[in-house]
Write a protein that binds this ligand. Sequence first.
Ligand code: TXA
Ligand code: MG
Length: 346
Amino acid sequence: MYYNWREKTNTEELKVICNLIKNGELVIFPTETVYGIGANALDKDAVSKIFIAKGRPADNPLIVHIADKRDIEKYVREITPVEQKLIDTFMPGPFTLILPKKDIIPDIVSGGLDTIGIRMPSNVIARGIISFSGVPIAAPSANVSGRPSGTSIEDIRKELEGRVSAIIDGGETEIGLESTVVKVIHEIPVILRPGKITDKDIIDAVGIAKYDNKIFEKVTEEQIVESPGMKYKHYAPNTKCKMVYCEDELDQIFYINRYIRQYKGDVALLSFDEHREKIVVSDSRFISLGSKNNLEEIARNIYSALRKADSINAEVILIEGVKREGIGIAIMNRLLRAAGYDILEK
Ligand code: TXA
Ligand code: MG
């Protein structure tokens, strides 16, 4: 069933949705980052339906969503002072903290690990569903495993309608990129997945933070990683993609134009408004991520733009990169993974 809550939450329908969750069904709901496919995190049969609906590898753990910070201690064994400070500073918000799990959370949620990711969304619809259901909600991004995350309801309906019991439309997501995932290792907050909350934000809060060095590397399934999500193909269109990034913008445009002129087949381009007139590609092959100077806008558009570029069925999608600063770090992480780390040769 499809529920339109763009304008406001419907309380009668909210009861129906919470009953579905309590009865072990799957519900797609908006958060401030991306849409999630939610199920009762305490019910292993309900959670197993998520893995089936997404075609997700069983060892890739899910994030547990809560609506009240006081609930964290019900699901985790220990919280250190640094972790508590991170909770106090960044929750609710686009932030996930990895903590040691209690047995009440079934192993299927954590993909067999003895930790779980805890996240308290700020989105009002998400919070309403979690608190009225009265259970924590396990929710990965709303997309088939390996595909771009769901941020627009039209894309999500095309991909997942029929695989879940309810889809709640809360409009376009505000941030457009998944939460920053952090694990405190030897008292240092390590960012396992970059997001809107950056290393600088965490340093401001607790004095220290670092990015996991696998964030910008291609990781194979055999490698040992802190976060299983790093190993798998992610955010990827079906069309082959190539990343182009140069410090100098004119160089970047030069290499793109040279590639398009030399390549024999059909090329689509994921670019910026300002580059429309500068690149030798037809309007139908030009998809804009927004203004090159507005990283927040680019973040919001990234997944719908990747899907749109894919729907052209070109032979190659060239993806223009951005400077790795602020949310640009997270944008580049997603774009590089979409491109399978295939970088245009200069
Ligand atoms: O913004 C978000 O985080 C969205 C919304 C729906 O809340 N959720 C989301 O979930 O992006 P998902 O499942 O698509 O990504 C969760 C990531 C994966 O890369 C996973 O490997 C990592 O978090 N993760 C989850 N639990 C973990 C754990 N215990 N240890 C290390 N990494 C973990
Ligand atoms: Mg995901």
